[in-house]
Design a protein around this ligand. Structure first.
Ligand SMILES: C[S@@+](CC[C@H](N)C(=O)[O-])C[C@H]1O[C@@H](n2cnc3c(N)ncnc32)[C@H](O)[C@@H]1O
Length: 274
């Protein structure tokens, strides 16, 4: 539908008619930085996969657990495809554990970048880069990033729920490898990734919905996701269902899907570069 109303906070140059993967994700999480077109397509996703809001919340909980784990050994973070800021952002979790931790957020979505910049204005040790993660050289040479991070020291590269937006023809393995090769020994890669292994029919309905969004979606098998982690030594428990990656003690977090990993259909892993 054309002619949607433009909210006052929307940057003038933002296309509000094409549903954006970043703003649809904000909608699933109950955020308010989305437009009518985003909400309409997000509702179609929810029809195809009614658990979508739950899996997005579980993915954010995973991100917090992973950053909490990594902050024990690393004090530099690059969050690729960081999205629209929401509670439990990387710099908050990392600095709670290590006040010297530095975080650079990277996203290609103008609304995600504008809101990240507004939120981080005046916040020390945090920066935002408006860039496409498929251009590792440009991301890693951006003055915002090089001004904050020392790439000769270990860094944690985060890719949460973003590689499904890098289609096979853009060679996601080569993209991941470029970040791996550009980071120092002792650096980490952490990722979550949707899989179509468990519920292929419903998963492909979701993929079909995203053909009408800013980014198409590619869900991958466990084997393909594992192959993206080449060159990293996985820390225990390895590549596992997202809710099984170092879970909180039983009952600490609500699990509305009763531990049914097929309803989440998201895998997670953290690897260390030797
Ligand atoms: C589903 S959201 C995930 C947000 C966050 N990483 C999380 O897990 O909560 C995917 C994000 O990746 C961003 N994104 C997709 N493709 C990208 C690309 N090529 N470069 C940078 N960001 C990208 C989208 O704009 C969106 O903000």
């Amino acid at each position: 539908m054309l002619g949607h109303h433009r909210p006052v906070w929307a940057p003038d140059d933002v296309d509000i008619e094409t549903p954006s993967a970043a703003r649809m994700y904000d909608y699933y999480l109950g955020g308010s930085h989305n437009f009518a077109a985003d909400r309409e397509l997000a509702e179609q996703t929810i029809q195809a996969w009614p658990d979508a809001p739950h899996l997005c919340r579980a993915n954010r909980a995973l991100l917090r657990r992973v950053v909490g784990y990594l902050a024990g050994g690393v004090d530099q973070f690059v969050d690729l495809g960081s999205g629209i800021p929401t509670v439990g952002a990387v710099h908050e979790v990392a600095r709670e554990l290590n006040p010297d931790a530095r975080t650079v957020y990277v996203d290609s979505d103008a609304v995600a970048v504008a809101h990240s910049r507004a939120l981080l204005d005046g916040v020390p040790y945090a920066a935002v880069v408006h860039e496409d993660l498929r251009e590792p050289d440009r991301v890693l040479a951006d003055p915002e990033l090089t001004g904050l991070l020392d790439l000769s020291r270990p860094v944690a590269v985060l890719m949460f729920a973003v590689l499904p937006f890098v289609p096979d023809e853009d060679d996601p393995a080569a993209v991941v490898a470029a970040y791996r090769d550009a980071t120092a020994p002792g650096s980490y890669l952490a990722m979550s990734h949707g899989t179509d292994d468990y519920r292929p029919v419903a998963a492909h309905r979701v993929v079909d919905v995203y053909t009408r969004a800013s980014h198409s979606m590619t869900l991958r098998s466990r084997e393909r996701i594992g192959s993206l982690l080449e060159g990293y030594e996985l820390v225990p428990p390895g590549l596992v269902d997202m809710i099984h990656w170092r879970p909180e003690p039983e009952g600490a977090l609500p699990d509305p899907l009763g531990g049914d990993v097929t309803r989440y259909s998201m895998l997670a892993a953290v690897g260390r570069r030797a």
